[in-house]
Design a protein around this ligand. Sequence first.
Ligand SMILES: [Zn+2]
Length: 351
Amino acid sequence: MPHTWCRRTAASPMSASLHMNQFHLEVRSFALISLKKCAVIAVAVAWPMLAGANQLATQPTAGNKPSARAAEVTPTRSGSASAASTPAARPAYDGFLARLLHRPVPGGVAVIDLGTGAGRPQAWYANRPVMVVQDQGHWLAIVGIPLKTPKGRQQITVQTARDRKRVSFEVGIRRYTEQHITLKNQRLVDPNPNDLERIRRELAEQQQAYRTFSPRMPSNLQMDRPVPGRLSSPFGLRRFFNGQERNPHSGLDIAAPAGTPVRAPAGGRVILTGDYFFNGKTVFIDHGQGLISMFCHLSAIDVQPGAEVQRGDRIGAVGATGRATGPHLHWNISLNDVRVDPTIFIGEFAP
Ligand SMILES: [Zn+2]
């Protein structure tokens, strides 16, 4: 049975464009945000001290590691590996998933046409396995692009039954707003040394969750908002604390009263829950193919690790746990262990 990537198959292009019209209104409200409500600030502040925690992360398994000697090609209209000289500024495939998700900028997503061959290709980007789905007969790599990616050409490695090759795609520019914040609570800048071991351990645990790659197909890639409400702080906001630039905002904040049910925006498996120093009560859902959602600052967690959830199931409730100064939902979306802008998946991305 063909996979359905959105709620409304026949009408999906129309509904996608309606969503696009709505987001202009939403996005203007970003200018009014107060990032003080975002507790993940504290993670950013502590990051330089915790950089070593990266090394605690799991390595890709041998089977997941692409060969270094793959041939380079660029995608063509047919998706074949033959001689095209133009990079894939826009994929030849122009189906629903490209229109919804192809936002090839730092912090965005590239939808790369891998052609229509028999057999499912595998793909990697920066040595991490990449989501591969099929739509309208085309195999598509859905690649998360790190915020620090410079403008220009990037490559994925693709393995088919016949060969292994590199496929390139172009990354453009996206300007992210800056916010300058003065913190009076010095502990947010310099966490208590007694907290640091806990923070390091929790960060490693969460990083490992982001690196989950399960073969299941996501139930849907056009997602629902986990809670209704105003988008109160955008993904990627560049934050300066007491004049120093620290980690940008890794997710999307949605303002909602404490106790508002948080619902799974797509089906999946709960892979981690915790009550963390910075993020508070937190749920991670593996939607499949390296697509991971994280929800934090919850007042309640209603699911256990290992639970299967369906789209729309209640997983917890909005709160202000961890380093939050007010109730809101902070929602991260990760693809190939890269945090990307959740507005892409709810049809509200603003260039
Ligand atoms: Zn946030």
